[in-house]
Design a protein around this ligand. Structure first.
Ligand code: ACO
Length: 341
């Protein structure tokens, strides 16, 4: 008899998404700023993105994605121990979007907090959820990535406004039952950061350093500022390195990975990561052509679409990586279980 106590495993058991119905195509964007469909497709791979209607917000999208994820996992909201919302554009500075979601979905027994790691937010939240479950502090956790990027984009800046879109994705993470082979496992997560590069991707105003004033509004300091080439290099190096590190941490080889889901920022960034890893293109999932960069929502939306399209199936091993402002980045390797969307 084996007397060793096994640590609980953390598994993704449900997924949900919410995408605004309004589609903004590259052709329509070309009427707003000096750009073209050709330029955007060649430099980014993006063809269209979703834009929130005035009544759609980070919270409203988080609620819908959460309800869908709970239904997908067949779990009642009152069973949740924790709600984590990864977002860089929360409903308010405070209270947290996670608390407002907790109330709206009826997660009456859950703690709730927001997590800010920009476009890497979902991977960071996944690592927190996994740690809570493995340590036995929680059994059922809802992780949300929800972003209303259209509210912080400078629609006069063609170098950034073509890149982003709105949307939300949510995942239910549960402690796997011993012997339940249908449940997958978040096998490992690694996180990294380099605050020395903070200046390359930020919203300068609205915090304690530069509170909102007439001047900050006039100077357009409440919008995303980005040094494109620096972000590009950081994202390729960072995500490729994170993939290597997470595989090393689990003693896995690249051949053991069936699918790579990198943060959906730019097709050229994903291609850069793929070629550094020397992965076949057939193992790379991409849906950014439809949604643009939805920041912390991009990975759960991509996982959802990959399952819906039957690209990601039970028994496969998927590696995900996120990269964003901070710089903050990380990767996770997940044995995929039975997830119905
Ligand atoms: N349409 C037409 N021309 C444009 C546009 C546009 N939308 N945007 C920039 N240009 C012009 C520039 O003005 C420049 O013109 P110039 O040579 O006359 O000065 C020219 O295109 C080349 O600009 P670069 O910045 O060198 O173009 P590059 O090939 O680097 O592509 C891009 C720009 C797409 C922003 C790229 O740097 C990039 O993808 N960076 C990563 C950004 C990213 O994904 N950020 C998302 C947030 S972070 C994250 O999620 C990882």
């Amino acid at each position: 008899m084996n007397n060793q106590t096994r640590l609980p495993r953390a598994a993704i058991t449900g997924l949900g998404v919410y995408l605004p119905s309004k589609i903004l195509t590259n052709q329509e964007l070309a009427k707003i700023v000096d750009t073209s469909d050709d330029w955007i497709v060649q430099r980014t791979g993006i063809r269209e993105r979703r834009i929130a209607a005035p009544e759609e917000t980070t919270l409203s999208m988080a609620i819908e994605a959460s309800k869908q994820a709970l239904a997908s996992a067949r779990l009642g909201a009152d069973q949740l121990d924790l709600v984590i919302c990864a977002t860089l554009i929360p409903e308010h500075t405070f209270p947290s979007t996670a608390c407002l979601t907790q109330d709206a979905i009826g997660a009456t027994k859950a703690g709730a907090f927001d997590l800010e790691a920009a476009c890497a937010g979902f991977v960071y939240a996944l690592s927190v959820a996994r740690a809570y479950i493995v340590s036995g502090m929680a059994k059922n956790i809802l992780v949300i990535g929800s972003e209303t990027m259209s509210r912080v984009i400078d629609w006069q800046d063609r170098s950034t406004c073509v890149l982003f879109g709105d949307g939300a994705g949510a995942a239910v993470i549960q402690a796997a039952q011993e012997g339940d082979t249908a449940m997958g496992e978040i096998e490992s997560v690694v996180l990294m950061s380099d605050g020395a590069k903070a200046c390359h991707l930020m919203i300068p105003a609205g915090g304690s350093k530069m509170p909102a004033s007439e001047q900050t509004v006039r100077d357009r300091q409440h919008f995303i500022k980005m040094n494109g080439p620096e972000v590009f290099k950081g994202a390729v190096r960072g995500m490729a390195d994170a993939f290597h590190q997470v595989l090393k941490s689990t003693n896995l080889q690249l051949e053991d990975v069936d699918l790579m889901v990198a943060h959906q920022a730019n097709a050229r960034i994903i291609e850069g990561v793929r070629s550094r890893l020397d992965l076949p293109t057939s193992k790379v999932y991409q849906n950014l052509q439809r949604y643009g960069n939805t920041s912390g929502a991009s990975i759960p939306i991509a996982l959802y679409d990959a399952v819906r399209e039957d690209v990601l199936k039970e028994g496969m091993r998927v590696a995900v990586a996120g990269f964003g402002g901070g710089f903050a980045w990380g990767a996770a390797v997940i044995k995929w279980g039975k997830v119905t969307v």
